[in-house]
Design a protein around this ligand. Sequence first.
Ligand code: SF4
Length: 259
Amino acid sequence: MGVYSYSKLDTFEKCKLKYKYKYIDKIIPKIPKSIEAHLGSCVHETLEWLYKQVLNGDVPLINEVIEDYSERWIKNYTPDIAINSSNLKLEDYFNKGIEFLLKYYLKHKPFNDNTLFLEEKIELDLLDKETKSENKIIGYVDRISFNEKNNEIEIHDYKTSSTMFQKEMTETSKQLAIYSMAAKKIFGEDKNVCLIWHFLAYDNEIIIRKNKEELEEVKDELIKLIKEIENTTNFPPNPSKLCNWCEYKDICPYSKLVC
Ligand code: SF4
């Protein structure tokens, strides 16, 4: 049985050479953690802490939330964390996190949207009826809640990047379909599921839903994609503007074509 994650599948679709470096050769890239990744993990951890307090019956005050974030920022910070922007300093990134949390707090307080799980592992089994081969897709979701009014399971995903996806892009993403199918496995096929992407930098959300037919379509695509991965022996590069953010650009000879 092959075990896949959404990012593993996505890497294969975007650049097969990167897939080989990462998942076959298992090369650990020699690049320091970026400041964006540090900011993202501190904000995610603080939001997880916030909802844990809420589940325990205590809504933290905004200054307690900021204090938690500040402590994580200091505890997780290491001097090798890279700042690639020429016009932003370390404190600007720190302040961005405060701004994200402040806006989120004011919008969602008292956080009573029926949170069920935090940082939940989800699994989706995929059976290829032709070959009888069984595969699994695993992933972690930031938060799952139940909207009683809509009788709908909500999967929340926090985004701290400064790029907001276009709704059309998110609708075609396989990620939602994987999450929806996995959530239906946990909560029942009759449950409606939606994915809420919280774009914290924009204080905005994108909500996506998929119907049964669309889910079946994606399921078939996933089975086909995994079959292709398992039969692939040739891993050509796919140089594009994404090479600029590729962790293997220093060892990849093709990155120079675009970077
Ligand atoms: S640098 Fe570009 S071409 Fe090379 S592995 Fe990364 S994404 Fe692929």
